[in-house]
Design a protein around this ligand. Structure first.
Ligand code: SF4
Length: 262
């Protein structure tokens, strides 16, 4: 049964990548910026995160040193557009404190930890759940871990691949096992579709890919690259077509994979 699900996930990847190419996710200039973004994006849209990141950048505070030195109230005001700003301020300060005390303020030292051990350490921090921990590992640490988000769950549920009973880890394992075999063809896919833009027409056909950034172009293993691309493509499906209340299946590239009963 899992073989069928794995084949379906690989087919989704091929279809979406052929249609849209690279998504250039995560848009950031540094590993630390990815981490700050991973905290800020909790329970809000990326548009709001961008405003908060822009405030930090303008104030010259989008660095480890900048966040460390910033008084709590000032940090709250700068990240206010991202919502839950008091809670997120505390969480960012907790991360910086953790990094300073555990790794001497060095992300390089932190990312030298084995993936599972580092994941456990991140999950033990206040406000870090699996999605945030895995976003940090994949997009800042270039570790081959798949990030599961609400879009992933919604799409797979609507396609009858998972149910509400499946855990985050079940779905993550499903993607990681399914895409393991994709890594051999990544280079080929990447070069043949480099910088491709949206080609299908209809609702949402405007390109919602991000501009290439230092972090989206960072050197990573082929498997981490596939996980990166798949997550970015799923985010685009979720934001553009697989809406919470009224999915726009008629224009979605994944429509051909919908079960007949829907
Ligand atoms: S919008 Fe429809 S076709 Fe597209 S992923 Fe959602 S359920 Fe599937």
């Amino acid at each position: 049964m899992n073989g069928v699900k794995h084949a379906a996930i690989r087919a989704y990847y091929d279809t979406l990548f052929s249609a849209w190419g690279h998504q250039h996710w995560w848009p950031a200039g540094s590993r630390f910026e990815v981490i700050v973004g991973a905290y800020l994006t909790q329970n809000t849209s990326w548009t709001n995160v961008e405003k908060a990141l822009a405030n930090l950048k303008t104030a010259g505070r989008l660095t480890l040193h900048g966040i460390r030195r910033l008084p709590q109230l000032e940090l709250e005001q700068l990240i206010r557009p991202a919502g839950y700003f008091r809670q997120k301020t505390r969480r960012l300060k907790t991360f910086v404190n953790f990094l300073d005390h555990r790794y001497g303020g060095s992300l390089t030292r932190m990312f030298s930890r084995p993936t599972e051990e580092l994941r456990d350490e991140l999950l033990a921090l206040n406000g870090v759940g699996p999605e945030t921990a895995d976003s940090i590992l994949l997009y800042a640490g270039n570790r081959p871990v798949f990030v599961v988000d609400t879009y992933t769950m919604r799409i797979l549920e609507r396609h009858g691949i998972v149910s509400g009973a499946n855990t985050y880890e079940d779905i993550q394992r499903l993607f990681e096992d399914a895409l393991e075999r994709k890594k051999a063809s990544t280079t080929e896919l990447a070069s043949s579709s480099s910088e491709r833009r949206t080609v299908n027409s209809g609702i949402g056909s405007q390109d919602s890919s991000h501009r290439p950034s230092r972090m989206s172009r960072a050197e990573r293993t082929p498997l981490a690259q596939v996980f990166n691309e798949m997550h970015g493509l799923i985010v685009k499906v979720g934001k553009t077509y697989c809406l919470k209340t009224q999915p726009r299946c008629e224009h979605c590239p994944l429509q051909k994979f919908l079960p007949q009963t829907l």
